[in-house]
Write a protein that binds this ligand. Structure first.
Ligand code: GDP
Length: 215
């Protein structure tokens, strides 16, 4: 019996993987604190308050795994999570960007850390760039898209908080975001719309992570 398509098989593997252990490994304020590059890494980036912690928690089915960091002065670190036991891939939670009141040197430190990571980490397979589904791509997101393009790190745009917008508005945001993505060489053309509130899009997101890790 089989008959399962590759896509169904991927969905099922992804479901199983994320139903299993996911554990915080460490925080890395600089590249030299990262674990040995033995596993594929998938990074998550987004403006602060975009819903990144909520998404990581919902994705992994673990409340409190990723904590919100809504304080602009906070240390800028990459938070690393092992997925699977033994681990088969790592999730990397990048510090949020775009604080309105962030001091200049914080923005500069963010840029150094993220650029170093994007350019110097061979095991980084893909970045998921979170964009607020209510507003679409903002100027500050464009700057990060440019960084990803320049570092030649492939990325997928994930719209967050899809439950907060009417379906017609969401469709319009998806359309304009896809149009924007087409102008960026490292961006994937398909946009994933998600809600950490309802769980919408999570199955696709899990599959996208597993697929990106090329397991
Ligand atoms: P982060 O700063 O990117 O980690 O953002 P958080 O995960 O802390 O979310 C910021 C705010 O948005 C919080 O008040 C969350 O409850 C809310 N939020 C996050 N995701 C969703 C979502 O999918 N739907 C709704 N309605 N609210 C969300």
């Amino acid at each position: 019996m089989s008959g399962a398509t590759d896509e169904e098989a991927l969905t099922e593997s992804a479901r199983k993987l994320f139903a299993g252990p996911v554990a915080f490994l460490k925080s890395a304020p600089e590249l030299r604190f990262l674990p040995d590059p033995t596993l594929p890494e998938i990074a998550f980036a987004g403006r602060s308050n975009v819903g990144k912690s909520s998404l990581l928690n919902r994705l992994t089915g673990r409340n409190g795994l990723a904590r919100t960091s809504n304080t602009p002065g906070r240390t800028q670190e990459l938070n690393i999570f092992d997925v699977g036991d033994p681990p088969v891939l790592r999730l990397v939670d990048m510090p949020g960007y775009g604080f309105a009141k962030a001091p200049k040197d914080l923005a500069r430190r963010w840029r150094y850390l993220v650029n170093d990571y994007l350019r110097g980490r061979a095991v980084l397979k893909r970045t998921l760039l979170l964009i607020d589904g209510r507003h679409g791509v903002k100027e500050v997101d464009r700057e990060v898209m440019k960084m990803l393009d320049d570092a030649a790190v492939g990325y997928r745009i994930v719209l967050t908080k899809a439950d907060k917008v009417k379906p017609t508005e969401l469709a319009e945001i998806e359309r304009s975001t896809a149009e924007e993505a087409r102008r960026h060489p490292a961006a994937f053309p398909e946009i994933l719309a998600t809600s950490s509130e309802t769980g919408a899009g999570m199955e696709m997101l899990r599959s996208a992570v597993l697929e990106a890790a090329q397991l």
